[in-house]
Design a protein around this ligand. Structure first.
Ligand code: PLP
Length: 412
């Protein structure tokens, strides 16, 4: 059937504003539209396509597994789900895993689990959850309420009760807010959707100390930062003596297939007894077969070192652009998750930069109105990073010229 971008506006819910092209296929870090034009993909499906597009290993696993078993429900166990569970636990040191299909679902599950732990201990008023402004945890009613952007949670009936939002990295605010009624603190180590805002390690130490004191669980949402994105399998490994009580992972874990995981201890997992939580599709053998392959590939220390090195190259390149064009307030992030905050005439124009870069053959993300977000597939080549930086620089200098001319014209 012949379709066009216009069909989106005719047939689909208007909750997205997709760019003008219609994509058809990809290979590695390249995406192609229906006219055959190639784009350098520095979005990776929003930090999902860790191994790029049409990766031979991934497609081969999907082909083989689809002929064996795609789905069988959680009434049964299957060899692929068990393999991934065992690999994830052995690789991370966590004891138990629960699989779901998305970031929102694993966060929903993690939040329910934290409340259930307190409930089972008879602490009926211990259901408080502390989270942070600019945090993002998904779009289910619970996860969107825990997220730190009021506008996403408004208009859907009463808010979920017992949630306190605090400024990120604010020790005093945290000290004042946490109490014995807090059952969990949920945070990202680099706030992704919120603007690539990294946590202050000193702030994290305070969170750990006080959460421990008040017997609140620390839930770390690594949906975006996990699966090699920051140069270690999970970002928490880069913080001294730190292991979240509950870790959530999704996005990159399935390399494009819907797959998420909650990781925790045996003692905490014990509170999800039969009947308390579940999912039909979660942990299906097809997604888990791919997940096990991704974990082997991305979990390899040599692969992770490359991610670190390429991340450093990307950071340096962005900083260079910032210095030369004087267009960035700050370059932030870890590994291959980077953000550049626009300043001056480009402030608030991240979406424009994104649209203009796409016209020049480079696909990038935004994180709010001010931040250009870059998250290429982890298999990105150094020369592709160099090429992308070149396009980004051209895009930015053309925009600067245009915007400055407009400012000058309006002053005349
Ligand atoms: C993307 C994201 C989510 C939501 O994941 P979905 O798969 O879209 O439900 C949750 N938390 C973080 C940190 C994310 O980046």
């Amino acid at each position: 059937m012949n379709v066009t971008r216009q069909d989106f506006d005719t047939y689909c819910f208007p909750c997205y504003k997709p760019l003008p092209m219609v994509l058809t296929h990809g290979k590695g870090a390249l995406l192609y539209d229906d006219s055959g034009r190639a784009f350098l993909d520095f979005t990776a499906g929003i930090a999902v396509n860790a191994l790029g597009h049409n990766h031979r290993g991934v497609t081969e696993i999907i082909r083989r597994q689809s002929r064996r078993l795609i789905h069988c429900s959680n009434i049964f166990v299957n060899d692929r789900t068990l393999t991934l569970a065992k690999k994830l636990c052995q690789r991370t040191g966590y004891e138990r895993v629960f699989f779901a299909n998305s970031g929102a679902e694993v966060n929903e599950g993690a939040l329910k689990l934290a409340r259930r732990v307190a409930y089972d201990q008879g602490k009926t008023d211990k259901y408080g959850i502390i989270s942070f402004y600019h945090g993002f945890h998904g779009r289910t009613l619970f996860s969107v309420n825990v997220g730190g952007q009021e506008k996403y949670a408004t208009g859907f009936g009463p808010h979920v009760e017992g949630i306190t939002h605090l400024p990120f990295n604010d020790v005093k605010a945290f000290e004042a807010a946490i109490s014995d009624k807090t059952c969990a603190v949920m945070l990202e180590l680099v706030q992704g959707e919120g603007g690539i805002l990294p946590i202050d390690p000193e702030f994290l130490k305070t969170v750990v100390r006080l959460a421990h004191k008040h017997e609140a669980l620390i839930i770390v949402d690594e949906v975006q930062t996990g699966v090699g994105r920051t140069g270690t399998l999970y970002a928490y490994e880069q913080f001294e003596n730190f292991r979240p009580d509950i870790l959530t992972s999704a996005k990159g874990l399935g390399a494009g297939l819907p797959l998420g995981a909650i990781l925790t201890s045996t003692a905490i997992a014990a509170h999800f007894t039969p009947g308390t939580h579940g999912t039909t599709f979660g942990g299906n053998p097809l997604a888990c077969a791919v997940g096990a392959y991704v974990l082997d590939k991305v979990g390899d220390p040599k692969f992770l070192t490359k991610v670190k090195n390429k991340g450093a190259l990307l950071k340096e390149g962005l900083e260079e652009i910032g210095t030369e064009l004087n267009c960035f307030k700050e370059v932030r992030g870890m590994g291959l998750l980077r953000g550049a905050e626009l300043k001056g005439v480009l402030q608030g124009k991240a979406a424009l930069v994104q649209a203009e870069a796409a016209k020049r053959g480079l696909l990038i993300l935004t994180a709010g109105a001010d931040v250009v977000r870059i998250a290429p597939p982890l298999i990105i080549r150094k020369k592709e990073i160099t090429a992308a930086l070149k396009i980004l620089k051209k895009t930015l200098s053309a925009l600067l010229e245009k915007e400055q001319a407009q400012v000058t014209a309006s002053q005349d």
